[in-house]
Design a protein around this ligand. Structure first.
Ligand code: ADP
Ligand code: RBF
Ligand code: MG
Length: 159
């Protein structure tokens, strides 16, 4: 996909409150302006990449972009699951991510169990792919170290 790798950052807002966290798969939802800024050629679907909260460590992540057909959302969202156990929630904080690879389109499922099984397999695929040297180097990208006091646009123009 032409737009990859795609760098973006924005604030974490409250999501749909469906208890993804209770399922063991919390997803940090991006503020609307981040969703609205997506390039037109970046398809909806499931991606993997790297992400960090504030100035914290960079972790592997999986992201769902779109309307969650299983729930038939009317609002497009970008939901990031960081593959790391956090001690606390980070609503209102700055989340920085780079989308590195595409896994699959979003789809509907006939049960919540099937959705969770699919997400677990996405996580495994992300774990494996991100260990490849060409993907590991993005973890060290200056994007994750740039001062957060600079506006995100100024930073992203560097890419
Ligand atoms: P919501 O519907 O508000 O998005 P979730 O159940 O999806 O609620 O939980 C998401 C929240 O959980 C995030 O906004 C973040 O504050 C917190 N969180 C804790 N650990 C993680 C993680 N590993 N990945 C993403 N979010 C996490
Ligand atoms: N929602 C869907 O409706 N269809 C999907 O194929 C789908 N895939 C997902 C893959 C990943 C890696 C993640 C993190 C979320 C996905 N979601 C999908 C979104 C999911 O429905 C949402 O996070 C729910 O809140 C989980 O209960
Ligand atoms: Mg969420």
């Amino acid at each position: 996909m032409r737009s990859l790798p795609y760098f973006c950052r924005g604030l974490v807002i409250r999501g749909f409150g469906r208890g993804s966290k209770d399922l063991g798969i919390p997803t940090a939802n991006f503020q609307e302006s981040v969703v609205d800024s997506l390039p037109a050629d970046l398809n909806t679907g499931i991606y993997y990449g790297w992400g960090c909260v504030g100035n914290g460590a960079v972790h592997k992540m999986v992201m769902s972009i779109g309307w969650n057909p299983y729930y038939k959302n009317t609002k497009k969202s970008m939901e990031t699951h960081l593959i790391h156990k956090f001690k606390e929630d980070f609503y209102g904080q700055m989340l920085s991510v780079v989308l590195v690879g595409y896994i699959r389109p979003e789809r509907g499922f006939s049960s919540l169990d099937e959705l969770i099984t699919a997400i677990r397999s996405d996580i495994e695929e992300a774990q494996r792919n991100l260990d490849l040297p060409e993907h590991l180097k993005l973890k060290e990208d200056n994007f994750f170290r740039a001062s957060l006091s600079t506006t995100s646009n100024q930073i992203m123009n560097g890419h």
